[in-house]
Design a protein around this ligand. Sequence first.
Ligand code: PMP
Length: 352
Amino acid sequence: MSRFFSHKFDRLTPYTPGEQPQDKQYIKLNTNESPFPPSEKAQTAAAEAAARLQLYPDPTCKELREKLAALYGVGPEEVILTNGSDEVLNFAFMAWCDDTRPALFPDITYGFYKVFAELYSLPYTTCPLAEDFSVRIEDYMGCHKTVFLANPNAPTGLALSVAQVEEIVKSNPDSIVVIDEAYVDFGGESCVPLIRQYDNLLVTGTFSKSRSMAGARLGFGFACPALIQDLETLRYSTNPYNINRMTMAAGLGQLADEDTTRANCRTVMENRTYTAEKLTAMGFTVIPSCTNFLFASHPAITGKDLYLKLKDRGVLVRHFDTPRLTAYNRITIGSREQMDALLAATQAILEE
Ligand code: PMP
């Protein structure tokens, strides 16, 4: 840290992205990316847009916003587009948390929530997940705090039903509830329709997982127009050109190929069932997942040991070095070949 760094950030611990080691070719099952490339339509559209990079992109993202709104059955004024869903979450912390409205989220969830709270020196509290890693909805009912819930949750993979989320939203009419649906397309139930009924709900999503565009950075939020306006004020006050031309074009191309997106999600879900069954047969405890990853532990080996030994064998999974998660690893669901490589390496490690 330089001697010029603002004291505001003295105690800030930044988010740690999943590792991307360059020493050899790994089977990457540590950042929940899609094993499939984006649609050909997305690739072609991005290449065409590259020829016009001398021009700024449309700051209103009109066409993409309209297409996304139509796909989700809401109005274009109920959508914001952002540079990954991390950016819309960032805006939500900025917009709706302060000394009178602390943030509230589970103790085990997406690590960025804590980083955003600390970045803005916001008061925040965490609620422990239940013993089985489920979210205890009673902890969030009538809480007078700004609630952040990943649904499905990460890294557990467990989801609340729309009815459960609605109970939380309904019980907090004077507080905002943010539902982060980064993984919803792999078997969760989307809460987007609820934004028409509740003026205190933001639902966020991403093109990074089911739509195979993690490298393009495209996220979105759905809420009533007044909430979207709050977020737009912050977007225009930070970076009105947050979606670059190539990403915007790729997003449109990807949305023109929803059948492929759905088929890819089905393949991931099949590979998830296959992998969960094999891991269970090897003695793993596998948390039931409605995401593109599994969260699993084995009685004979610590999470860290398994992670390190898999890395030695060229397979990367994600280990979280926190007390309640020491036994576990988060394993992204990839192609069948990638899953077979993971399973073979795991079997060999257990037999050592
Ligand atoms: N929410 C959750 C729960 C995530 O796991 C991630 C991915 N790391 C994100 C949001 C952000 O994803 P992106 O910025 O790529 O949309």
